[in-house]
Design a protein around this ligand. Structure first.
Ligand SMILES: [Zn+2]
Length: 301
């Protein structure tokens, strides 16, 4: 069992925000390479209306494919009961429900208040889902491009409601506003409210603090992190900025600290080559893939 558990969200968070569509066959090859590099959990897509997000139209097919990869936990995102039913039909092992702590973000994104979104998650939780893990993700937990600051009390309250309905809860810095002091403070507050149900941290590197925030969360006891290969997806509001924290850099940081991620960096670079050949015009990021591994580097010694 790895000490650090990384969920690759590039096929969902990355491709959903990318300008270029990745063909279904290329997605399968990329996901296969990610699993071969040692990733044990991959968020492969989102069950949203295909008309809204064409990049996610093949999610059911991608879930069925990903389920053939041995030992892989296949995660899908669902914004409502309809999406959840599609995720169950497709056979996802785990479903993530995003609930925005920012009222403005929630109303403009899903046309529901955060409270109405929590009720939608309740409907899903009450729907039979044998063996399927539910995750409630508090999005815009560290700030919002529409609303600006998000009150910490709102984050704690929504996390507490989600903890009653879901198997685990994650806090997400959807727009890359978080800083390490804030990460420590909010993770500590939420943990004192919901204990071990607080599991995941989802950071974006929009303002260059993705790794610093991940380290701050680690020091608060977090062991589950989302990241995306190459920081894929960028940020629609910040041209030139990467999307999620870069998987390659996150793996390097933890392995260099002597912590086991279960992931092989050389194999990860091969998966990155597949990604960039599938959508060559899409910008991807990351320090380690460009600079290379330090001389004499070895995994978690
Ligand atoms: Zn995200």
């Amino acid at each position: 069992m790895s000490e650090i558990h990384i969920c690759e969200v590039g096929p969902r968070d990355g491709l959903q925000n990318a300008k270029h569509l990745m063909p279904t066959q290329a997605k399968k090859a990329w996901i296969g390479a990610l699993a071969a590099a040692g990733l044990r959990e991959i968020e492969v897509g989102s069950f949203v209306p295909p008309k809204l997000i064409p990049a996610m139209a093949d999610t059911a097919e991608i879930v069925s494919f990903a389920k053939t990869l041995p030992g892989l936990k296949v995660v899908a995102l669902a914004p409502n009961l309809k999406g959840f039913q599609r995720a169950l039909e497709a056979g996802a092992h785990k479903v993530t429900f995003p609930v925005s702590a920012s009222r403005l973000h929630s109303e403009s994104n899903v046309r529901m208040t955060p409270e109405q979104m929590v009720e939608e998650v309740r409907k899903c939780a009450q729907h039979p889902h044998p063996g399927v893990e539910l995750e409630g993700a508090v999005s815009t937990a560290f700030g919002c491009t529409l609303q600006g600051p998000v009150p910490e009390d709102d984050v704690v309250r929504i996390a507490a409601r989600l903890a009653e309905l879901c198997d685990c809860v994650a806090l997400a810095d959807t727009v890359g506003y978080a800083n390490p002091a804030q990460v420590r403070r909010i993770f500590r507050r939420v943990k004192s409210e919901i204990g071990e149900k607080l599991e995941g941290a989802h950071f974006h590197d929009t303002r260059g603090l993705g790794l610093a925030n991940a380290l701050a969360a680690y020091e608060e006891g977090v062991r589950h992190f989302d990241s995306s290969m190459g920081g894929l997806g960028g940020c629609p509001f910040a041209p030139g900025a990467s999307g999620n924290v870069v998987t390659e850099d996150l793996v390097f940081m933890f392995e260099a600290m002597g912590l086991d991620t279960g992931i092989d960096l050389e194999a990860l670079f091969k998966a990155r080559a597949l990604l960039s050949s599938a959508i060559p015009e899409e910008p991807i990021y990351g320090h380690i893939p460009l600079a290379g591994l330090p001389k004499g580097f070895s995994r978690h010694v």
